[in-house]
Design a protein around this ligand. Structure first.
Ligand code: COA
Length: 331
């Protein structure tokens, strides 16, 4: 990896702002060519977090990475969705050989993690979110021991399967407050299924925390949660956040308004009968007529049902989150 120099700064940016702007402009062009749904990369700005930089021979930056640390206490909602100690790197990688620049950046990140006094024990992880179509990063990420864990996928307006009806005896309707217990029960079934893929960790507090979030959603009209029932028995649901409840998702894509699907589940005994497709069809009709330009959702790479299903529904990967546990297993 000769020729590239890695540094870490905790205060101002090394080099001039103009050099970083040039890097960001070149990365923006590369991303736009790779995937029109990617947003513009954000320029690294002093944020209080350590900033790693990689420079070429003449000293111009070819990569930057902002280190961020999230720590979740027992009982916090975040504990259901990840390990307690999470070390994130937000990379902006360019130059003539972005794969090599990423490789140097991760090497420098590993050195920084090693020097941390705490937070890198057995319940820690190192995580990077990388554009799914930026394939030059795959081998460097693998070489450092990272594994693809989650995919953020997008479906553009009107993409996907034609409208479809549920099977006989199954009806679909918007959920209301009276459905609270049933909705929580279905979501807990999805959590239990997702636990198998290492991205969900059910905590003693998870059912109650889920109940609180569901109560809030069902208190709004419409709830944007569709419930499938077979002769009155709940058999599946889809939970949509329209753009005004999914503002956090907007910066992840180049187009908007952006909505998000948080949950999609059909009970185990009812899968493969077309109920999931019919639920998605309801949600898509509502989203398309609401003027939503792009709908996003996450799924675990190792989930054998979700990837093929969502792909068939018109979704394709934009971002991939790579992870290694514990954090110091990063090579
Ligand atoms: C993903 C999930 C919601 C799909 O629900 P489903 O009711 O099984 O979905 P469908 O029956 O409409 O489609 C599933 C498969 O059955 C097939 N199928 C069988 N009969 C069908 C019918 N009558 N109509 C449509 N599809 C049918 C489809 O081709 C489809 O295959 P594919 O996904 O490999 O392309 C469901 O599998 C599930 O709950 N999984 C566990 C939780 C989960 O993974 N959720 C997603 C987390 S992001």
């Amino acid at each position: 990896m000769s020729g590239y120099v890695a540094r870490v700064r905790h205060d101002d940016l090394p080099g001039s702002d103009a050099e970083f702007d040039l890097l960001v402009t070149s990365v923006a062009q590369r991303w736009a060519a790779i995937d029109p749904l990617l947003p513009e990369p954000l320029p690294p700005r002093p944020s209080g977090y350590p900033l790693l930089t990689v420079s070429n021979g003449p000293g111009s930056p070819v990569a930057t990475g902002t280190m961020r640390y999230s720590w979740y206490q027992p009982g916090e909602v975040g504990r259901t969705w990840g390990v307690p100690d999470q070390h994130w790197l937000t990379p902006v990688v360019g130059g003539p050989d972005p794969g090599r620049a990423l490789d140097s950046l991760i090497t420098s990140w590993r050195e920084q993690l090693e020097q941390l006094p705490t937070g890198t024990g057995s319940e820690s992880a190192a995580l990077i979110t990388w554009p799914a179509r930026d394939i030059c990063g795959v081998v460097p990420l693998q070489r450092h021991g990272l594994q693809p864990q989650r995919i953020l996928a997008a479906r553009q307006h009107r993409r996907g399967v034609p409208p479809s009806l549920p099977p006989r005896d199954v009806t679909i309707r918007l959920a209301e407050m009276q459905d609270l217990t049933q909705v929580v029960g279905l979501l807990m079934e999805e959590h239990r299924y997702e636990e198998h893929f290492g991205g969900v960790f059910i905590q003693p507090e998870t059912p109650e925390q889920t109940r609180r979030v569901v109560m809030r959603a069902l208190g709004r009209s419409p709830s944007w949660i569709w419930l499938a029932e077979r002769r009155g028995r709940p058999v599946g649901l889809i939970w949509v956040s329209p753009p005004e409840r999914a503002r956090w998702a907007a910066p992840l894509v180049s187009t908007g308004p952006a909505a998000h699907i948080g949950y999609g589940l059909v009970t185990e005994d009812e899968r493969g009968n077309g109920i999931g497709t019919a639920l998605v069809s309801h949600a898509h009709q509502a989203l398309d007529s609401y003027g939503v330009s792009v709908t996003l959702l996450n799924y675990a790479v190792m989930n054998p049902l979700s990837g093929p299903f969502w792909n068939r529904m018109g979704y394709r990967p934009i971002w991939m989150t790579w992870e290694v546990r514990p954090a110091l297993a990063l090579r």
